[in-house]
Design a protein around this ligand. Structure first.
Ligand SMILES: Nc1ncnc2c1ncn2[C@@H]1O[C@H](COP(=O)(O)OP(=O)(O)O)[C@@H](O)[C@H]1O
Ligand SMILES: [Mg+2]
Length: 579
């Protein structure tokens, strides 16, 4: 819990003064029955004796003052509580988001995207509400209960003991409910995560789902997830539903006992009428306090289970750690840039190695092609180089150092990656490109657009690079998106440029032009992953990957002779074209 509540320390003042004002309110509330008792026992008697109404009016005015003071204290307390809880909630969301951004891709999959969204929204809100209630109500109940008990003992010891017996009884019941409902809420939450995850996935894939006409299946699956959620919530609500009736039952039994004994005591003149009124009023206060506590229990179990979830994230040590020994290192053209030494890799949830004992070297300034069937492990090789995942066995060297010792920020500054799936963000073309280099001039942007062959369509817009980009870049075609993503990476002007199947939507000629434009850049190391052999024909080195292993490495002509797989790919593509 420590991590989650960490930033509460910024609200020490509110956390101390909020409850303090609550205590002030409670103390005044506790004094009122004593004044009532005085009005009844002394005031009414003196009025009956013809001594005037002074002994009724004065305590009445004092009661009014107490109420006003109590009201003002409540206002101050609410104000402090809302400042602290809102501030804390805002900070918590920022911290969760920051943590999520630092996770590796594998970590994100492990935590499940639906879960992460819920942590930032639902869970943070629950914890925030918990903090508000903590300041506003938590101190109130015990002070009110203990105060009422003390006052009852002052009025009558025997009756004080009856009151005293109620409190632990109710506490035990509340404790039991807290335990069971807490467990249940964790289950409910995991169902909500599944549902959110599924909603996210199905919304993302909505186009595919419609094209395949599979809405029925998606709706059916959603219904099933929703039903699971319903079942678990029902159990949680049933448990919670016991709280109020049980509390009422116990307190009402106590009232019956009190009236039974008090009746006797009043008849035997052990109690005045005023005492009876005050005692019942204290009992009522205890009742109210316990009911508030029981509702607090519900909210706190939710906040607590949310806190466990948030804590699991905040205390999670990411699998990719940055402990750099080398901040930055310059090498010359032709020097060894990337070297795989017996590298094997396995994803967390895959059974076998996805990459199996790979050995290969890429030198600075080379143009390297990687080719192989889908699922052969090409993207995984790139992920290893970029340290989105770490090798399971063997060693991966970058500029002669173990890549794990190289500062991740510099590594990712050195390497520019264009992914298989182009991602654009809501904004303008310019704002998207500036993510590559935040202080790029318009001239630099234009140069990048020209090199990525995006200039031809961007220049047609009246607002040029200020042209709007809708969410996910949906107002651009696949090929346009790829060229804009490419421009963004070119703007970075990195030493190494990796294109992972990122020109697949471009026609052969545009693809070729892009490659030529990039190769004109001085000393750039270009790694292209492609399904098309024709895109890689001019590469200094082509690596043929098959089923996580290297089939062969060589130039185009060599491979046609020595690699069956390469020849098959090449033939199938060129023959298909010829037909
Ligand atoms: N995040 C992941 N978790 C588990 N398995 C994965 C993950 N990503 C890819 N794989 C598996 O690893 C293998 C290689 O995938 P990938 O490197 O993406 O292939 P390629 O880019 O050559 O198409 C595939 O069998 C794929 O199913
Ligand atoms: Mg791939």
């Amino acid at each position: 819990m420590k991590k989650t509540l960490y930033s509460l320390r910024n609200y020490k003042k509110e956390l101390i003064f909020g409850p303090l004002f609550k205590v002030i309110e409670v103390i005044f509330e506790l004094l009122i029955p004593f004044l009532m008792k005085y009005m009844i026992d002394v005031g009414i008697k003196s009025a009956n004796n013809g001594e005037g109404l002074n002994k009724i009016i004065i305590p009445g005015v004092i009661i009014l003052c107490f109420v006003i003071v109590g009201f003002c204290s409540t206002l101050v307390c609410q104000y402090l509580a809302s400042i602290a809880s809102q501030g804390f909630g805002t900070d918590l969301r920022n911290r969760i988001y920051q943590k999520v951004c630092g996770l590796s891709l594998d970590d994100i999959e492990k935590f499940n995207k639906g879960n992460l969204v819920n942590l930032i929204t639902n869970d943070s809100n629950r914890i925030q509400l918990g903090v508000a209630l903590l300041i506003r109500l938590v101190i109130r109940a015990p002070v009110l209960v203990i105060g009422s008990l003390i006052c009852s003992f002052i009025i009558n010891v025997e009756i004080g003991f009856i009151f005293l017996a109620i409190v632990p009884l109710v506490s035990i019941i509340l404790g039991l409910i807290l335990y069971f409902s807490g467990k249940q809420y964790l289950k409910v939450q995991s169902k909500v995560d599944k549902m959110t995850g599924y909603t996210n996935d199905s919304l993302k894939g909505s186009r595919v789902i419609r094209a395949l006409n599979k809405q029925d299946i998606v709706i059916q699956n959603y219904k099933e997830y929703n039903f699971e959620y319903f079942k678990e919530s029902k159990t949680a609500n049933i448990i919670a539903a016991f709280i109020n009736p049980l509390t009422f039952l116990i307190v009402n039994i106590a009232i019956i006992l009190v009236i039974y004994f008090c009746g006797d005591f009043v008849l035997n003149s052990k109690l005045d009428d005023g005492d009876l009124v005050a005692l019942i009023s204290y009992l009522n206060q205890i009742l109210m306090a316990l009911i508030v506590v029981s509702n607090l229990v519900i909210n706190f179990t939710r906040a607590l289970s949310s806190m466990k979830r948030v804590d699991a994230l905040l205390t999670y040590g990411p699998t990719i750690k940055n402990n750099p020994i080398v901040e930055n290192h310059k090498i010359n053209k032709g020097d060894e840039l990337i070297c795989f030494k017996d590298v094997s890799f396995k994803y967390l949830d895959s059974e076998n190695n996805v990459i199996e004992k790979i050995n290969l070297t890429i030198n600075k300034g080379e143009f390297v092609g990687i080719i192989g069937g889908t699922g052969s492990g090409k993207t995984t090789l790139i992920k290893l180089i970029e340290r989105f995942v770490d090798v399971s066995e063997g060693e991966l060297l970058y500029k002669g150092y173990n890549v794990k010792d190289y500062d991740i920020k510099t590594l990712r500054e050195d390497i520019s990656l264009v992914n298989q799936k182009s991602v654009l963000f809501n904004g303008t073309i310019k704002s998207n490109l500036l993510m590559g280099k935040k202080d790029a001039t318009d001239e630099e942007i234009t140069k990048a657009l020209i090199d990525s062959e995006a200039y031809s369509f961007v220049k047609e817009y009246n607002d040029y690079i200020d042209h709007e980009v809708l969410e996910g870049g949906k107002n651009f075609s696949g090929g346009q998106k790829q060229r804009l993503s490419l421009a963004r990476s070119l703007l970075k002007n990195s030493e190494v440029l990796i294109l992972d199947d990122s020109t697949s939507a471009l026609d052969y000629l545009t693809d070729k032009k892009v490659r030529e434009n990039i190769l004109k850049r001085k000393d750039v190391t270009l790694i292209i992953v492609s399904q098309r052999a024709t895109s890689l024909m001019n590469a200094d080195k082509i690596i043929v990957v098959d089923n996580g292993k290297i089939d062969s490495i060589g130039k185009h002509e060599e491979l046609l002779n020595k690699s069956k797989i390469y020849k098959e790919i090449y033939d199938s593509q060129t023959l298909a074209k010829g037909e």
